[in-house]
Each structure stands twice: as C-alpha cells, then as structure tokens.
Design a protein around this ligand. Structure first.
Ligand SMILES: NC(=O)c1ccc[n+]([C@@H]2O[C@H](COP(=O)([O-])OP(=O)(O)OC[C@H]3O[C@@H](n4cnc5c(N)ncnc54)[C@H](OP(=O)(O)O)[C@@H]3O)[C@@H](O)[C@H]2O)c1
Length: 288
C-alpha cells in the first residue's frame, strides 16, 4: 500500500492516476470530504480524511502501508509539524520507504518554506526510515498561466530580471511513480528535479507570447496581491504565515536567481524533461 498525502493537490491529482494505471495499491489522504469524494470517483477505494498534523490522523493514514509519498500542502502554517508527524507515524507503523516531496535548495534558510522542508528532511534522515527525497524547482502550474490566458498578463511576485528554473509536474509525478514502483533502487537518494533552461520573467513572457501568437504583458506584483490568488479576501490576521512565506519569496528571488540543472531529471525520466514552451503549448489548447 502506498499512502499519498495532499492527494487532491497539484501533484496528487497527477500522481494518483499514474499509480492506479500501474496497478499499485493507493491510499489517499485529504482534509475535506469533497476531495475524498473526488478521489473515490477517480478510483481510489481507500481515502483518509483529516488533518495529518494530528498524530491520530497520521497514524490512521499510514497504518499497514509499505510506502508513503508525503507532500506538505502549499502555504500551510503547520507544514513543518505535519511533515514530522507523518515521518514519526510512518516509523511507528513500520513503513518500508518514505518518499518526501521537498524543494530545490531546501538548505536556503531565508526562504520560509525551504527552511521548513530542510527541517523535515533532517527529521526524515534521522528517523532511520529508508527514504527518497525529491527536490523540485519552481512548478509550472496552470494557476500561473491563468492571468495570461484570461487577461494577456504574465505576473510574478519577484524581480522580472532574475532567472528561475522550472519543472513540469507531469515530469515530477512520472519520477514519483518510478521511485515508488522501483522502491529499493532509490533508497537513500536525494534528487534535484529541474527542467531545462533558466528564464527571466521577460523570457517566459516571450515564450508564452510566441505560443499564443499575441503580445503578453509581463508585470511584477507584490506578495500581498499574489496571496489573493491563493486565499481570496481572507482576514489578514488569519494568513500571517502565508504572507511571511510569500514575502520571503519576493525578497530572495529578487536578490538571487533560483536555478538548477536538468541532468538528474533527464536520467530519471529516460527522456528529455518538458520545456516551458511545450508546457505552455499543452495548456494553451483551445486558448491560442
Ligand atoms: N509551487 C511551486 O512552485 C513549488 C515548487 C517546489 C515545491 N513546492 C512545494 O510543493 C508543496 C505543494 O505541493 P502541491 O501543490 O502538490 O500541493 P497542494 O496542491 O498545495 O496540496 C493541496 C492538498 O493538500 C490537502 N491538505 C491541505 N491541508 C491539509 C491538512 N491539514 N491535512 C491533510 N491534507 C491537507 C488538501 O486537501 P483538500 O483537497 O481536502 O483541501 C489538498 O488535497 C508545498 O510544500 C510547496 O512548498 C512548490
């Protein structure tokens, strides 16, 4: 049995069908009943609903499992506790292999969400569990293309001149499926997962413009505006952690590039990783 946390999220929605197609037994873990219903419809028979930062829920989620694929939900204020709790529950339940979806350059302590993952990685390394750590670069996400498709504006909440490496989640979840299916071959490994190229916002805008065949405006927005895309008009007192994360991203990515190398991803996929242009083409179907 493979337990996937954050199972109805960006990665989970892509990974679960791949595991089911490979006839691997899957248990999904989500917070809401609506997501559990969706996962049942996708063909997942076993779904645990609850907050996995609660040790009792985490224990229920990993009970009887051989493998865990853990993803910390985006901007979650208890992401660190959640990761540690799931690791502890997995160790107590005798899980064989713990795969942690971390982030590229988790050692970067001035990025809040990286420091959290660094801490979870350390906890996992010290747990005695067999582990594999995946460290994806910035995700290529449909959400990031939404303002371009609807308003012709590509928005980033950091310097438009800084370079970033990006990765298609279809590639990341292909790797996750391989790592989970092959198990022991990947014990003790930490894999940096970056797609080809390192782009400024202007270059990303040019690529999108070429694919769509129309001009694209590239615009910098602040962290507070970006947060609205995630949480709408939530009470600011309820989203202090999220704002801290996003402000640290703005700060760091405006003073440093965030770049990786595609060699490891190419090797793991056995094919070239998806380019940003191919990704935009895939999602522009019906828009261009
Ligand atoms: N965005 C990037 O560019 C990037 C790059 C590298 C790494 N990362 C990291 O990737 C992770 C996010 O991955 P993702 O986008 O695939 O995940 P995601 O979409 O944020 O995950 C959402 C899922 O998490 C579940 N969830 C939320 N809170 C929960 C809780 N307390 N207990 C149990 N389940 C809970 C949700 O359940 P419901 O559906 O029931 O609400 C939903 O299924 C983050 O840690 C982020 O830092 C992101």
């Amino acid at each position: 049995m493979i337990v996937v946390t954050a199972a109805n999220g960006n990665q989970g929605r892509l990974l679960i069908p791949k595991l089911l197609d490979a006839k691997l037994p899957v248990r999904a873990c989500v917070r809401s009943v609506e997501s559990a219903r969706r996962l049942h419809q996708m063909g997942v028979p076993d779904v645990v609903v609850g907050d996995v930062s609660d040790p009792a829920v985490a224990a229920r989620a990993v009970h009887g499992a051989q493998q865990v694929y853990h993803i910390g939900p985006t901007l979650h204020p208890r992401e660190r506790e959640m990761g540690r709790t799931v690791v502890d529950a997995a160790r107590a339940a005798g899980v064989r292999h713990f795969v942690f979806s971390s982030v590229l350059h988790a050692i970067t302590t001035d990025l809040v969400q990286h420091e959290i993952k660094r801490d979870v990685e350390e906890h996992l390394l010290s747990s005695g569990l067999e582990f594999t750590i995946l460290q994806p670069a910035n995700y290529m996400l449909p959400l990031k293309l939404k303002p371009v498709f609807s308003r012709g504006v590509f928005e980033l909440s950091w310097s438009l001149e800084r370079r970033q490496s990006m990765v298609d989640l279809d590639d990341v979840t292909d790797v996750a499926r391989t790592v989970l299916a092959d198990g022991a071959r990947h014990y003790g490994a930490t894999y940096e997962l970056a797609g080809p190229g390192r782009y400024t916002a202007h270059e990303l805008g040019e690529i999108i413009s070429r694919v769509l065949g129309r001009p694209v405006e590239v615009r910098r927005i602040d962290a507070d505006t970006y947060l609205k895309a995630w949480v709408g008009d939530a009470d600011p007192r309820e989203v202090t952690h999220q704002l801290r994360v996003l402000r640290s991203i703005t700060e760091r990515y405006s003073s440093h590039d965030f770049v990786g190398n595609p060699n490891v991803l190419t090797w793991l996929l056995g094919r070239p990783p998806t380019t940003f242009e191919a990704y935009v083409r895939k999602h522009a179907n019906g828009v261009a």
